[in-house]
Design a protein around this ligand. Structure first.
Ligand code: IPD
Ligand code: CA
Ligand code: CA
Ligand code: CA
Length: 260
């Protein structure tokens, strides 16, 4: 796609993510009434997740009928080479418990490349955005990763889910602590990437994450100057992948810790 088509998509995505965020926030504020279903161990979906995804699909498919659409809750629709990848609520476990750390994520992927991404945290009213070649922003102002080089001063976000074996997770935390690094487990992989891009964290690591969790955040981190693991492997839509993003000054050190 040319740069005009990309810019137009980034603009529409920013509008749509705000609209979906407002809908989700409304549910968050009266979540006592929320219907919640279980998808597996410590894995749930609410009516708010489904309705947000439906809203995003309706808006994007109306604006860009030839593009395809992959949503966490509804799967893949369409065959277009440009694919919108949507996580209607990232941080659902926080959302349903009233913890104000979750977001709506929309990314655009074509030929294995992340082209634009928007993440909206409606509680904080923060919109993180990135466009390939166009930089990364928070509420319109440019953002960038930290210049940290010393793990003893670094703060790294980590994630865990029961999709992967428990065994390596305590070892990952142990390795970080042994290196003098602070870690946080905030419960939204998407915001882990956005916070790294904005310099609030120095990196984010999770042994397995799905494409919809990070599709919005990948380009935001890249455009903010972060270093990323090779996430977009050919089977990533079906299988997900491990994710490591970090400020360049500590990326190799983190890689070494998690590979050890
Ligand atoms: C989850 C969150 C969590 C991460 C999990 C994801 P969801 O997404 O991003 O932080 O550790 O791997 O599945 O289920 O809240 O959309
Ligand atoms: Ca989920
Ligand atoms: Ca998610
Ligand atoms: Ca989700």
């Amino acid at each position: 796609m040319d740069s005009d088509q990309l810019e137009q998509r980034a603009r529409v995505a920013a509008t749509v993510v705000r609209e979906a965020g407002a809908l989700a926030l409304d549910y968050f504020r009266r979540r006592g009434d929320l219907r919640i279903d279980s998808k597996g161990l410590q894995d749930m979906v609410s009516q708010a997740d489904r309705e947000c995804e439906d809203l995003i699909f309706a808006r994007l498919s109306e604006a860009f009928p030839a593009d395809s659409f992959l949503g966490e809750e509804g799967g893949l629709r369409g065959t277009g080479s440009a694919m919108w990848v949507v996580d209607p609520i990232d941080g659902t476990a926080n959302f349903v418990r009233g913890i104000p750390h979750w977001c709506v994520s929309i990314g655009l992927i074509e030929d294995g490349r992340a082209l634009c991404g928007v993440l909206y945290d409606p509680v904080a009213d923060e919109l993180f955005a990135g466009v390939a070649g166009g930089g990364a922003t928070l509420n319109g102002a440019p953002i960038g990763v930290t210049g940290e080089t010393d793990l003893r001063k670094a703060r790294v976000g980590i994630g865990f889910s029961y999709r992967t074996p428990v065994a390596p997770h305590p070892g990952d935390i142990h390795a970080l602590l042994d290196a003098g690094c602070e870690y946080l487990r905030l419960g939204s992989g998407a915001l882990g990437l956005a916070y790294t891009a904005a310099g609030r964290l120095d990196g984010y690591f999770e042994r397995h994450i799905n494409l919809w969790d990070v599709a919005g955040g990948l380009i935001i981190v890249a455009e903010a100057g972060g270093r990323l693991s090779d996430f977009m492997t050919p089977d990533v839509v079906a299988e997900g992948n491990e994710i490591l993003v970090a400020t360049p000054g500590i990326y190799d050190q983190l890689r070494g810790l998690f590979d050890a």
